[in-house]
Write a protein of this length. Structure first.
Lengths: 340, 340
DNA sequence: ATTGGCAGTCGTAACCATTGAGTGCTAACG
DNA sequence: CGTTAGCACTCAATGGTTACGACTGCCAAT
């Protein structure tokens, strides 16, 4: 077990390094913190911490910098949670006010989080995997165009334009609509595919291609629901903290824009604890994010966690501030969604 | 008037500078290009070009670099248009295939343009200012929730959730829907506000607040149409070309994310010529884009120009390649939209 | 008008000495 | 045994000097 005072020293090192962004040495440590001992003693402690791979010296003879492992220990064992300041609280409240639409709420949320943390903020759209069909609508907008509307119980409405080769008559649309509503209302999204299995056979052969086209679109919509989506804000903060990232930031921007990598990363973090979870540096296993930390928290809708939100920043970040910001915003979002 | 050979020299300077990103001197110029004269003569020409502010020497004694004015002359007078390569053509065709939805088409287009040019690509959503209401729909999704659907004739459907304080009955929804359709179908978006002027008075006083809520939402939607929107791709390319931008790229990323600045810039370019238009460096009047060039082209839908698309990159860019890429993509997009 | 030649300008790279922050180790101390 | 003072050592950073080289501008010759 690592003795208490060593941890105290680690905490001080992380603290100072985050503040100054300079490797921290034994002397400046005793100056800035009131340990009751001399720098030589601290040096011994630091040698110990270095043996444990919690800190590392960039060059043979300059101060120490926390390793990913060091940061991990810091957040797991030593993290006091910094409460949000008053202006931050009011910022959250004003930001969240007066939104009704899910798109708008999430858009505001992600910008808020970016502003609050000065990092890149991410908000994942609710996974509708467990959602249920509330209603289906078919609306004729032209002789050969329909709009298909899929309404689910997680405040999301999806629409898609369907183009037909020839004109379609109103009666057909009406019956199709009625049958779809009858077949699907209330069923979960994962059941939709099964429920539509023999649907086409209810119609006359010459209608079949039309029906099939609608069904294909519908299934596509359902599938689009299953596949998650992330919205981002504050990518400019990446460039602002550029020095903290070892390599160039361009591969990071690429990975972020690509979404795929990001989504998998978020997905993997799903499994962890219930509150805020972190991936520090090499922990996330991706070369382009090897000097980045991801802080994520789930948020809920109607009692069950639907998706995650969080920030991405340099490993050298203010962990307390970011963790509490992510947590607070997740709570507010849960609360806002609950009111819908 | 500037003599012909001087222009020839300017062209060579721009060409070499774009290729090497190094200030170009008289000696290397005569080596790389077959002028029939010696470096001394070229020096005289260069002194002339410098008098005209077309090129500038970063330090007293090193090669010359084109100024914004120099680039401007280059694109206006000397720009041969590089035809697209075969792989580029096929890339465009495969990218554009099999899309039906406007969102998807524009999304693909912007990614395509980014990939083709290695710059930040922007596609503006069609301005619906001159659009017409095709239909309005009200759909009840819960006792106290309606979805308002606004369908316009420029392939765009907008939806918005409306939350009521109390439950509403079906009859009311049906009559409201019918009256809205009657009042608005076919009218242009700019007329909507006027047409709804005395709409509320058709209903009994106790309904009025409900009706008003719906109308407000509707007007909000119309307004959201008028206000343009831009989608982006390839922001990672900014970081890749970082050296070409004088200052930090973070204010640029901010301005891009902000959209407002970007939209005004695009708006201003609207007035220029019909084909591809450029803003080079200081021409765009914004400090954060003082070493960037914007290349934009309009694209059309049903014969009239609806919006613009283009790229943003360093002033030191391959103008011929980017101009022809922007032009080609604009044409393909127009063509694709025409097939809808 | 063109050109070769030459002096002059600076930015860049290389080299070297100096500085100083910081370490590890050892011996002394309570 | 933990703590401490002292000391030799390391090494990045700093700054000054020099040499180099890629330029230009100008002038006299062609």
């Amino acid at each position: 077990m690592i003795p208490e005072r060593s941890l105290e020293v680690l905490r001080a090192i992380v603290h100072d390094y985050i503040e100054t962004s300079q490797p921290v040495g034994s002397k400046s440590l005793v100056e800035r913190h009131a340990f009751g001992v001399s720098s030589a003693t601290i040096r011994n402690e630091m040698a110990l911490l270095e043996d444990e791979q919690l800190i590392i010296a960039p060059h043979t003879s300059s101060g120490r910098v926390p390793t990913d492992k060091g940061y991990r220990l810091f957040v797991d064992r030593l993290g006091e949670v910094k409460p949000l300041s008053l202006p931050e609280r009011t910022a959250i409240e004003t930001f969240m006010q007066g939104s009704a639409d899910l798109d708008e709420i999430l858009g505001r949320t992600v910008r808020l989080l970016a502003q609050l943390t000065n990092q890149v903020a991410m908000v994942q759209y609710p996974s509708l995997d467990k959602g249920h069909v509330k209603s289906v609508e078919l609306i004729k907008v032209a002789d050969n165009q329909l709009i298909l509307l899929l309404i689910t119980d997680i405040s999301r409405v999806q629409q898609h334009l369907i183009q037909f080769a020839a004109a379609i008559d109103d009666d057909f649309v009406a019956t199709l609509r009625a049958k779809l509503i009858g077949a699907l209302t209330g069923s979960s999204l994962s059941q939709v595919s099964a429920k539509l299995k023999d649907f086409t056979s209810q119609f006359s052969p010459q209608r079949e291609t039309y029906v099939q086209l609608v069904l294909d679109t519908l299934l596509e919509q359902v599938d689009a629901n299953r596949q998650d989506k992330v919205i981002l804000a504050g990518t400019a903060n990446l460039a602002k903290n550029e020095d903290d990232f070892k390599g160039s930031i361009s591969p990071m921007l690429e990975a972020i824009e690509e979404q795929v990598v990001l989504l998998r990363l978020i997905q993997e973090m799903q499994a962890e604890e219930n509150g805020v979870s972190l991936r520090i540096g090499s922990e996330n296993g991706l070369a382009e994010f090897s000097s980045s930390t991801v802080v994520m928290s789930g948020y809920e809708k109607e009692g069950s966690q639907v998706a995650k939100l969080g920030v991405l920043g340099p490993t050298r970040m203010d962990y307390s501030a970011n963790i509490s910001a992510v947590r607070a915003v997740a709570r507010y979002l849960t609360q806002t969604l609950g009111g819908l």
